[in-house]
Design a binder for this molecule. Structure first.
Ligand code: NAD
Length: 461
């Protein structure tokens, strides 16, 4: 099953609802540049191995292009192209001024030593640099499945060396450790952004829930999650901290169940020690897909693409599918499920990661931490205000807790919340305007925005 074709099937369907030149829409759909990379590394035992990697750039209507690097033995060019396309549409609906891109390195990172992994990432970065596929104004990688802060720091250091530390070199990659120009909140941003959407849906948009016969308050819902990596773990953690019951969680090793709710903190410690979730509860199964078929209110696929497909849709019992992974539901499955289930589209639901990556990029370009310049000023301003009120009313106010200016993390969380909620509302509005489901609406909105960009810029002669 070609993932890129899957994504384009959604686009073709959405095209029916967009009033733009169909040839322009066809142009938007295609990827614009692809780099295939093959290079050797010498392993610790002296053996030479060939490594395969890719970088796909889907859209240049905004620059730089942006997208994570997936490190997995299953990654391939088709998958990278599909993910780069989703990045274009995601950035468009979230009003993030980037084109879409994605990278892939075809290895199982668990089978390589730290030293070997560092060599692979540095060499991959070198190849991107040599072919003009990385740079703050060109293309900015970030983390995805199999990569995280450590890999982003190696990319940064390699780019810094090659570019002779050009003034904005910190903005060549996002998802970096804080000490290397990263931003507070990026590590958990995808999970937190997704959590904000669920919270907002249950607290503020009961009208949408009602259409799918969901009449519960957020504290009464049950949830099942597939994937316990960066996205799945943090989303589970935010739900757990709100006392929401997660009755099943799976990762590549299998699925664990607890109808009274899984203790996410303990599961995290367990899976760190044992290398996976399997065995954490008595009620466990070695099948990672068992988390998909439970009678829960919200099913959250947070691992892989195409896991909900025509072969298993009959077994999906959840009323809401919140797509934390990229492309977890195939085109055919989506349109068979969409009338009976509320499907919250991936390009909105997991966009918290790129949103905070955008904040990190802005921080790097401005060379200053958010809140640094005005924090003290705000605090002083608050004190002055309170003193004035005390003078007028003659009453003492206990103000210790309301004094604070804003830290970088406060600003990031607030910006993330605003972005997620307005992105969600824009999609809901589009869905209502055109009488279509949320996923189609998300793609319609993205196509409208990208086509405006292309039309205004003109087509280079
Ligand atoms: P990760 O590598 O941190 O974690 C992946 C998780 O999926 C692990 O728990 C792994 O065991 C599990 N998994 C792998 N194969 C599985 C299988 N066959 N069945 C069940 N579970 C399996 O990856 P991540 O960063 O959490 O990414 C997960 C998804 O979210 C991907 O689709 C990714 O593209 C998407 N995403 C990630 C980010 C981000 O910021 N990391 C942002 C947006 C979207």
């Amino acid at each position: 099953m070609s993932f890129f074709k899957e994504v384009n099937s959604f686009i073709d369907y959405a095209t029916n609802y967009v009033k733009t030149d169909k040839k322009l829409l066809d142009l938007i759909k295609q990827y614009k540049s692809v780099l295939s990379i093959t290079f050797p590394i010498k392993r610790d035992n002296g053996e030479i191995e060939t490594i395969y990697g890719w970088r796909a750039q889907h859209s240049f209507h905004k620059l730089p292009t942006k997208g994570g690097i997936r490190i997995s033995e299953d990654v391939n060019l088709d998958e990278v192209m599909a993910l780069s396309a989703l990045m274009s549409y995601k950035c468009a609906i979230m009003d993030i001024p980037f084109g879409g891109a994605k990278g892939g390195i075809k290895i199982n990172p668990k089978k390589y030593s730290l030293n070997e992994l560092e060599k692979i990432i540095r060499r991959y970065t070198f190849e991107l640099y040599r072919k003009n596929f990385i740079g703050p104004a060109i293309d900015v990688p970030g983390p995805d499945m199999g990569s995280g802060e450590r890999e982003m720091a190696w990319i940064l250091d390699t780019y810094a060396t090659l570019s002779n530390r050009e003034v904005d070199y910190l903005a060549c990659v996002t998802g970096k450790p804080i000490e290397q120009g990263g931003i507070r909140g990026r590590k958990y941003a995808t999970g937190l952004g997704a959590f904000y959407v669920i919270e907002y849906l249950f607290n503020e948009r009961k009208d949408i829930l009602k259409k799918f016969n969901v009449e519960k308050d957020i504290e009464d819902i049950t949830v099942s999650i597939q994937g316990f990596g960066n996205v799945g773990y943090y989303l589970a953690k935010f739900l757990f901290d709100k006392k929401i019951k997660i009755v099943a969680i799976s990762d590549i090793t299998g699925t664990v169940f607890d109808e009274n709710g899984i203790d996410v903190d303990k599961l995290y410690e367990y899976s760190k020690e044992k290398g996976g979730v399997l065995g954490f509860t008595k009620n466990s199964s070695p099948n990672p897909n068992d988390s998909l078929f439970l009678e829960v209110d919200v099913l959250i696929p947070a691992a892989l693409e195409n896991v909900i497909n025509e072969d298993n849709i009959e077994k999906i019992k959840a009323k809401i599918i919140a797509e934390a992974a990229n492309g977890p539901t195939t085109f055919k499955a989506h349109y068979k499920l969409v009338n009976e289930k509320l499907i919250i589209p991936d390009i909105l639901f997991n966009s918290g990661g790129v949103t905070v990556s955008y904040f990190e990029y802005l921080k790097n370009l401005s060379h200053v931490r958010f809140g640094r310049l005005e924090k003290r000023l705000r605090e002083q301003n608050n004190i002055n205000l309170i003193k004035e009120i005390e003078k007028i009313t003659g009453k003492k106010i206990e103000y210790k807790n309301i004094l604070n200016g804003f830290s970088e993390e406060d600003i990031v969380r607030s910006g993330l919340y605003e972005s997620m909620v307005s992105g969600f509302n824009n999609i809901i509005q589009k869905a209502e305007e055109k009488n279509i489901d949320l996923k189609t609406a998300a793609f319609v909105l993205a196509l409208e925005k990208i086509s405006v960009s292309y039309s205004q810029l003109g087509i280079f002669p």
